[in-house]
Design a protein around this ligand. Structure first.
Ligand code: TRP
Length: 333
């Protein structure tokens, strides 16, 4: 292989791909894809930590993968695939479970949040989910993991597990680095700007799906919760306006200060319209490509089949090494 570094990232096929996922992950993947060897996975194994309807899940998995491509990921150059198609994820996940402490998993804030939210289904998978995520990453000797800031704790754990394993057995895993976009890219709910924009928000006005049409986008931005002082300023006391500035800034690549200067003296209504317009201009081509690609099932199948084949080859190399180090007898498969 050449000396390009390896990137792994994934989005869980739950809800829809939001503007938050787009700014925090997908858009960066598109920017990085030519400079690295990239694996972009629809991490479907992760999604069943919360109960899913099988028909809907299958449909959503296809939609997510298609949206990766529609957003501009080149599926020939990069490895685009479903996590469940490569058995190495679950295999390495099990092994790493035995090198992870209950205490470490207990500290994971996402586990605490999710178990509070799904109190009737606090399953073992929800608890060990960060270990599967570590396996996803370590399986490919990943250098860099572009994720939103909410995944930082999981990534630290992956690094700790890799370090621990290497400490016992010698250099088996590459210790990965997080690639986290700047503060400006943390996109909050349009209805409650103090919490993250969530794809599972029951209030659809809280998030923008990257497939929302222009009318829907404009309507959601018009309804966005702000405050009553009428001043466009970048301040933690004004989370609603700050979030709109961050969105505008992420899409236009202007700094928050430049955005504030641009809208100086204007009203919230005008500002919301401007934000809605840049977002819908950004998402329109994605939606159009998505509509075309969805008609081309053979092409999609080809992409995820060759993706899984290539990923499985890379995974096999790491797993063979891991198994030998742990002390298993060489297998026949
Ligand atoms: N846990 C991530 C999330 O909820 C998704 C994910 C699973 C992931 N495995 C990964 C992200 C590996 C990056 C790398 O957003």
């Amino acid at each position: 292989m050449d000396d390009k570094k390896i990137i792994f990232s994934g989005i869980q096929p739950t809800g829809c791909i939001t503007l938050g996922n787009y700014v925090g992950a997908l858009k960066n993947w598109v920017d990085l894809q030519h400079d690295y060897h990239c694996l972009f996975s629809v991490v479907d194994l992760h999604s069943i930590t919360v109960r899913q309807d099988p028909k809907l899940l299958r449909k959503r998995c296809m939609e997510f993968l298609t949206q990766y491509l529609a957003a501009g990921i080149d599926g020939e150059e990069n490895i685009v695939y479903f996590q469940s198609h490569v058995p190495g994820h679950a295999e390495l996940g099990w092994i790493l479970n035995c090198y992870t402490y209950m205490g470490e998993l207990n500290r994971m804030t996402q586990f605490k949040d999710k178990s509070a939210k799904h109190a009737d289904n606090i399953n073992a998978g929800l608890f060990t989910y960060p270990v599967l995520m570590a396996a996803d990453i370590l399986l490919y000797q990943t250098d860099l993991v572009p994720v939103g800031v909410d995944q930082k704790q999981h990534l630290e754990l992956a690094r700790d597990i890799a370090g621990r394993f290497n400490g016992i057995y010698g250099d088996v895993f590459k210790v990965p680095e997080a690639f986290i976009p700047k503060e400006g890219a943390r996109i909050m709910s349009l209805q409650d700007p103090t919490s993250k924009m969530s794809k599972s928000d029951p209030n659809v006005n809280g998030f923008i799906s990257i497939l929302d049409d222009t009318d829907t986008i404009m309507r959601k931005f018009k309804k966005a919760v702000t405050d009553s002082d009428g001043l466009i300023a970048y301040s933690d006391d004004k989370p609603g306006i700050k979030n709109l500035i961050n969105i505008y800034s992420a899409i236009t690549h202007k700094t928050p200060d430049e955005v504030v200067a641009e809208f100086d003296g204007m009203g919230y209504g005008q500002f919301k319209t401007a934000v809605g317009e840049v977002v819908s201009d950004e998402l329109r081509p994605i939606r159009e490509r998505y509509e075309d690609l969805s008609k081309n099932k053979d092409y999609i199948t080809k992409i995820y089949t060759q993706g899984a084949q290539r990923a499985a080859g890379m995974a096999r190399r790491t797993l063979n090494k891991v198994k030998r180090k742990v002390g298993y007898v060489d297998g026949v498969l």
